[in-house]
Write a protein that binds this ligand. Structure first.
Ligand SMILES: N=C(N)NCC[C@H]1O[C@@H](n2cnc3c(N)ncnc32)[C@H](O)[C@@H]1O
Length: 433
């Protein structure tokens, strides 16, 4: 999915072409095989009805005799394997493109970018440090732990007793080495595999995860976090981030527009304006995931278009959401489109909601993060005055086939305060399909 930074991956979505469907396991064709699975931990058999496993072994599941033991085949050998040592491949299909997705998280460039994102890491570390007295001696689940940085912080700063650090990409092998190098192997258990198919030995007190993608939802990892919450978080447990909010604001993007589209007006003295529609289609068909906007680009106050309580939100609620907006422009200028960003909060432990809590805001009024802002460019800029209004809806629709992708539909009417003239606009933006 990405060949470099997480942001690059969105522009490299071609990497998620149909041809990139994961390789169908040959053994799957044997009709006695229910599905394939991979061992994410070594298993040493205690009797000869059991099959020994090494981390990374692929086994063919023949029958699921019980919740804890499945009859499996590894090469010519058959025997029982413990289900809490293997992760099933069954959800690799279904348009999740897991091969590419998890393969892409096995890059140093991506982890470098995330670990160098100071506001990102500071928010998580501060939340952990400020709640040490509530995390001490507790059990934590880190969903999508990557290098394990949040798990290590939960132990070092939060004094957690035990952390299950779940990571589906091969990078988990590096993570295990890092945990050992930092003397934390007895409290942090790295589990390679998808959290959906993980079998933990106990419920947890705290789930920590950094799951936010472009426009908050891209990658749709939020569904994995919700599933882990429903399956493994204690009733009175806490999930961080505890809340996620998506913001949208009408804005100018003059420099970008001139660079990508205005440029064609006159190219070395020649009229190339006939190419402007092609430029708009190519450059503005999808949102720009790495736009850095300035506060003065905002033409109104931002509005919240999605508010999630991570303790209660369900996957089905997120399939399609629509938010009605009304903006009154607070300055004259040029309306090129809309910018979006998110905020995540780390509340939930506090008894009293009034207690200050830590939050991470990726908007233009806060220190820049690797998410930057997401810019939805409309095709025709309009000159606007203070007092003009925009009235419309933003619909976020998850792709029914490509389950990590979504589409954002913007539909609104623009009313000029002076002429009372009304113009209607609509545009559908795939992220990225
Ligand atoms: N936009 C993000 N913050 N993406 C973080 C994704 C990190 O979580 C890992 N990850 C994503 N989904 C899962 C999952 N279902 N199970 C385990 N690890 C996951 C992924 O391999 C990467 O290390």
């Amino acid at each position: 999915m990405e060949l470099g930074s997480r942001n690059d991956m969105e522009s490299e979505e071609q990497g998620l072409s149909e041809g990139s469907e994961h390789q169908h396991d040959q053994e799957c064709d044997d009709d006695s095989v229910l599905e394939m699975a991979t061992a994410f931990a070594d298993f040493h058999p205690t009797d000869d009805s059991q099959l020994g496993l090494q981390l990374g072994d692929k086994v063919a599941i023949i029958s699921k005799n019980s919740a804890d033991w499945w009859w499996a085949r590894k090469g010519e050998l058959t025997g029982y394997v413990p289900t809490n040592h293997i992760t099933s491949h069954s959800d690799e299909g279904g348009g999740w493109q897991d091969g590419e997705y998890f393969g892409s998280y096995n890059t140093m460039k991506l982890h470098l970018e995330m670990l160098q994102d100071k506001p990102r890491n500071t928010a998580y570390f501060t939340a952990i440090q400020q709640n040490q007295h509530r995390i001490q001696d507790k059990v934590v689940l880190d969903v999508g732990c990557g290098t394990g940085i949040l798990s290590m912080s939960a132990v070092k700063h939060g004094k957690a007793a035990k952390v299950f650090a779940v990571e589906a990409s091969e990078f988990a092998k590096q993570t295990q080495a890092l945990i050992e190098a930092n003397g934390m192997a007895d409290s942090i258990h790295v589990l390679e595999g998808k959290v959906e198919s993980m079998k933990l030995p106990e419920q947890v007190d705290l789930i920590i995860s950094e799951w936010m993608g472009t426009f908050l939802l891209f990658e749709w990892m939020i569904e994995s976090v919700i599933l882990a919450r429903d399956r493994w978080l204690k009733e009175d447990g806490v999930i961080w981030p505890s809340h996620a909010t998506l913001y949208l604001v009408p804005c100018s993007a003059e420099e970008l527009y001139q660079t990508k589209v205005g440029f064609w007006e006159s190219v070395h003295g020649f009229d190339f304006s006939a190419l402007m529609p092609l430029a708009k289609e190519e450059f503005f068909h999808t949102p720009l995931y790495n736009h850095v906007m300035k506060t003065e680009d905002c033409l109104s106050l931002p509005q919240k278009i999605l508010q999630l309580d991570m303790k209660t939100v369900t996957g089905s609620e997120l399939e399609e959401t629509t938010h009605h907006f009304e903006y009154t422009l607070n300055k004259a200028g040029t309306l090129h489109g809309f910018a979006a960003w998110f905020q995540v909060d780390f509340a939930g432990f506090h008894g009293d909601a009034s207690e200050p809590f830590v939050f991470l805001n990726t908007g233009p009024d806060y220190p820049l993060t690797h998410w930057k802002q997401t810019l939805f460019m409309m095709d025709s800029p309009i000159t606007v005055d203070q007092g003009d209004t925009l009235d419309g809806t933003v619909t976020i629709e998850r792709n029914k086939v490509w389950r990590r992708h979504l589409r954002v539909n913007l539909e609104y009417s623009f009313t000029s305060i002076t002429t009372k003239d009304i113009k209607v606009f609509t545009k559908l933006f795939p992220i990225w399909r």
